[in-house]
Design a binder for this molecule. Structure first.
Ligand code: NDP
Ligand code: GDR
Length: 334
């Protein structure tokens, strides 16, 4: 059985990827951070918590990373661990650099010491394109990062390429555009919208307060992206791949569509300065033709389908909560 180690298994992508790999027959190991309260709700939600071998490790601590390698002895590593919220990276630029940037090098370096034949996947980001102006981005578009998060990801992206070129590690960058799901954290705009719209439709909230509603994003569906992530490590040679839907929409459109699906008026939507970032990326759309051609990856769920999945799931969750039924999910603000 192939053995995979997922860093960041407790996050959105980590949980979906773990489920995907289990279905493929992998033995799945995942790292988690020791905290005063655990964060395994996504693994419970997908009913896979008891099928995974969990290992405590923090990418700030190389020793723990090495021990995770020893314990899992993987053939593939999916490095998803990161401080992944762009907004927070403006408040914690050094911490974000350490976790999201240097953390990647810690993993790569421990691979060299432990076994350089391990295949390595780096979750790079469309945020790296930043303020670059071309309307559609591909693997050759210039990278002009516009946040501490994006700069940290850019650092990790180049390190990944370096380990591939200099040390012959099978190291892949996925240049991932936004991908969302009912397992998305509540701080990200799509889930903030689907959760709040669900609450408004059930009479337990009144307002949906957003920031830059004119920002455009290329939003896909996370379970389809983890398949692409896996495919990226199955190619003969390591390479870098954009994963996107090649469609983009504003935050305002997302919020309006969500209201429509929930059957509520768009009058609940307002804008507050407190949700604005010091600098924002206004327009992102990706060209995934290389991933389609070389990996056969093709995302199916587009904008309307995605909004529907997310809003309907959050309405269902809140209905259950109101009936007093407990489901493992994170919107603990009833
Ligand atoms: P999440 O924020 O949902 O998950 C991040 C994971 O990283 C969590 O498991 C978190 O653990 C873990 N983590 C955070 N800090 C550390 C640390 N110091 N040591 C070990 N683990 C840590 O992100 P997603 O699942 O959405 O994204 C996965 C990866 O893909 C991230 O690297 C993200 O930057 C990147 N990406 C995501 C995109 C998206 O649209 N989702 C698009 C482009 C890139 P804990 O549960 O303890 O907080
Ligand atoms: P992003 O996702 O920054 O693209 O990073 P996020 O959902 O946080 O923001 C998307 C856009 O929406 C605007 N926005 C708001 N954002 C939040 N969070 N809250 C609001 O109230 C709000 N109002 C408007 C933002 O300004 C932005 O323009 C995500 C993360 O998953 C990264 O880890 C990943 O690398 C990129 O996607 C690709």
């Amino acid at each position: 059985m192939t053995r995979a180690l997922i860093t960041g298994i407790t996050g959105q992508d980590g949980a979906y990827l773990a489920r995907f790999l289990l279905k493929k027959g992998y033995t799945v190991f995942g790292t988690f951070r020791r905290q005063s309260s655990s964060n395994f709700w996504r693994l419970h939600y997908l009913k896979i918590a008891n099928k995974i071998n969990l290992i405590p490790a923090d990418v700030l601590d190389s020793t723990s990373v090495y021990r995770a390698l020893e314990e899992s002895n993987p053939t593939e590593i999916y490095h998803l661990a990161a401080q992944s919220f762009v907004g927070a990276s403006f408040d914690q630029p050094l911490y974000t650099s350490d976790v999201t940037g240097f953390g990647t090098v810690r993993v790569l370096d421990e691979i060299l010491k432990f076994n350089k034949k391990i295949k390595f996947y780096q979750a790079s980001s469309s945020e790296m394109f930043g303020s670059e102006k071309s309307p559609v981005k591909n693997e050759s578009s210039p990278l002009m990062p516009s946040s501490p998060y994006a700069i940290s990801k850019l650092y990790a992206y180049w390190q990944t390429k370096l380990y591939r070129e200099a040390y012959d590690v099978y190291a892949v960058n996925g240049i991932l555009f936004n991908h969302e799901s009912p397992l998305r954290g509540l701080e990200f705009v799509t889930r903030k919208i689907s959760n709040e719209v669900a609450r408004i439709s059930l009479g337990i909230s009144k307002k949906l307060e957003l920031g830059n509603i004119l920002a455009k994003r290329d939003w896909g569906y996370a379970p389809e992206y983890v398949e692409g992530i896996w495919k990226s490590l199955q190619a003969k040679k390591p390479d870098d791949y954009v994963m996107a839907t090649n469609e983009n929409h504003t935050v305002k459109e997302f919020a309006e569509k969500a209201c429509k699906i929930a059957g509520i008026s768009t009058k609940c939507i307002s804008v507050s300065k407190k949700n604005l970032r010091p600098f924002d990326v206004n327009n992102l759309k990706g060209d995934y033709s290389k991933a389609k051609r070389k990996l056969g990856w093709n995302p199916k769920t587009k904008f309307n389908g995605l909004v529907k999945i997310m809003v309907e799931e959050d309405i269902h969750r809140w209905e259950q909560r109101l009936k007093g039924e407990y489901l493992p999910w994170d919107a603990g603000t009833a």
